[in-house]
Design a protein around this ligand. Structure first.
Ligand SMILES: [Zn+2]
Length: 220
C-alpha cells in the first residue's frame, strides 16, 4: 500500500472514530483485544500463525458492518426536489438488498427491503432510499425496529401522502443456531398515511412488490 493510501486510510479511521461515537468508545487496540478474548473463549489460540492478523481484520469488518452509526439518516433525505411536474403516483424502490445484524446475537440478518411513498410536494433521488435502508441496516438491529425507522424517517422528512415499507429477511440466529431453521423469512411492514387508510394504494404497492402475503403480518 502506498504511503498516500496509508495516510488516507488513517485519516478515515480517525474520522470514523470521532464521528458520532458514543462517549468512552474503546480504542481499536481494545477492540482487537476483545476479539482475542472471544477466540480464546471459542477454544483457539490467538497467537497461532493463522490467527495473528484476525483481530485487526475483524475490527475492520466491524467498521463496515456497523457503518450506519456514522450516518445521519435524516441528512440523506435532506436534499429533495420539489419540481416534479405534477407527478403524483407512487414511487417504489423494490428488492433493496440489505445486510443487518441481529442485536441479540450479533449475527447477520440478510434480506430485501421494499420502500414506497406517495409524494405530496417533494421527491428524493431514488438512490437515497437505498442509502436510507443501509443507514439503519448497518447497526445492531431487530427487523421490526428497522422497518419502523425507515418508514418513520421517510414520513418525517418528505411529508408525503403515505409511506409503505416491507422487509423480508432471513435471520442467521435462526438458521445457524437455536432452532436451526433455514429457508425461513420474516416479513415485517409499516404502512403510514394513505398506505394505511386506502386499501387500493396498499394493494397497488403489494402487487408491485409481488408479495401480497406481507399483509398477514401485523401492521404496526
Ligand atoms: Zn438473534
Amino acid at each position: 500500500m502506498s504511503e498516500e493510501k496509508k495516510a488516507t486510510k488513517a485519516k478515515q479511521r480517525k474520522k470514523a472514530s470521532t464521528t458520532s461515537a458514543p462517549a468512552g468508545r474503546p480504542s481499536r487496540a481494545e477492540a482487537e483485544d476483545a476479539v482475542r478474548v472471544l477466540m480464546r473463549w471459542a477454544g483457539d489460540d490467538p497467537a497461532r500463525e493463522g490467527l495473528i492478523d484476525t483481530p485487526a481484520r475483524v475490527v475492520r469488518a466491524y467498521e463496515e458492518f456497523f457503518a450506519g452509526y456514522q450516518v445521519d439518516p435524516r441528512e440523506i433525505l435532506s436534499r429533495t426536489f420539489s419540481e416534479v411536474d405534477g407527478y403524483d403516483e407512487m414511487i417504489v424502490l423494490k428488492d433493496i438488498r440489505f445486510e443487518s445484524y441481529c442485536e441479540h446475537h450479533m449475527v447477520p440478518i440478510i434480506g430485501r427491503a421494499h420502500v414506497a411513498y406517495l409524494p405530496e410536494h417533494r421527491v428524493v433521488g431514488i438512490s437515497k432510499l437505498a442509502r436510507l435502508v443501509d443507514a439503519f441496516a448497518k447497526r445492531l438491529q431487530i427487523q421490526e425496529k428497522m422497518t419502523a425507522q425507515i418508514a418513520d424517517t421517510l414520513n418525517e422528512i418528505l411529508q408525503p401522502k403515505g409511506v409503505g415499507v416491507i422487509l423480508e429477511a432471513a435471520h442467521q440466529c435462526m438458521s445457524t443456531r437455536g432452532v436451526h431453521k433455514a429457508g425461513v423469512e420474516m416479513v415485517t411492514s409499516r404502512m403510514l398515511g394513505t398506505f394505511r387508510t386506502d386499501p387500493s394504494t396498499r394493494r397497488e404497492f403489494l402487487s408491485i412488490v409481488g408479495n401480497p402475503g406481507a399483509m398477514s403480518v401485523a401492521n404496526t
